[in-house]
Design a protein. Sequence first.
Length: 285
Amino acid sequence: MRPDDWHLTHDLDAFLDRAGDFLASRPDLHTVPLTVLNGLRRRGLHVYGAEAPLFGMLDTGGEIRAVFFRTPPHGIYLTSLTEAEAETLAARLTATGRRLPGVSADRDTAAVFAAAWRRRTGTGSRLSQRQRLYRLGKPTAPGPIPAGRARVATAADRDRLARWHDAFADDIGAREGQDGGAWADARIAYGGITLWESADGTPVSMAGVTPEVAGQIRVAPVYTPAGLRGRGYAGAVTAEVSRVALASGAEVLLFTDLANPTSNALYQRIGYRPVADFAVYGFTA
């Protein structure tokens, strides 16, 4: 295996023509690239910023073994790699003079690539987030349902959704990237956000879903303003969007931050079961 076995491109269509079947072979483990790449096709290549995204695939004898994408200013996202494959990718990228702010991947891949990147560049790395991917089994109510109801967000909710998007991004330390208003417009266009309204009709929480891709839907994001948390709103709206998504015939997934035991316990009460652990590393000079 050589660094030149990694083929790099800015051409999304050409990349998907070669790597699409590989991504569809494990749609659960590849849920992030599948949904991000689908979003780039629908909304344009510059959703996340002015710099063009970069795509890559490891092709050994005509067989795609792994892929990556990067949507600047974000870090690189990898499918599963061995230590040797991570080393060749680090060599390929450093040879082109590229710099990376970080990496996201399954737990083991993220760790071996972060180590390879340190060896190649001398940069430091820090584990910034541990995530767990869950799949919905048999849905159940998370507990007592608070007063109110769920409804799909409309154009009249745009400003609120944009504010909540930005507040959620601040909470998870991911504010850089797409504009909150543009995000709200895209989600409203396909009914991708559900609100929980209190008994007086005030929106108090939201849960989003990605468009169905490769037979799967991912629940994201789930957000409740800080002053309204702990009242069951997030559980109620997440249970509702999960129920509707599952009824469509799709496989339903979501990610959690393992540093938040409350959300992990909540989603398991709703019927989600662990699939795999993921990690995010940041790189520093």
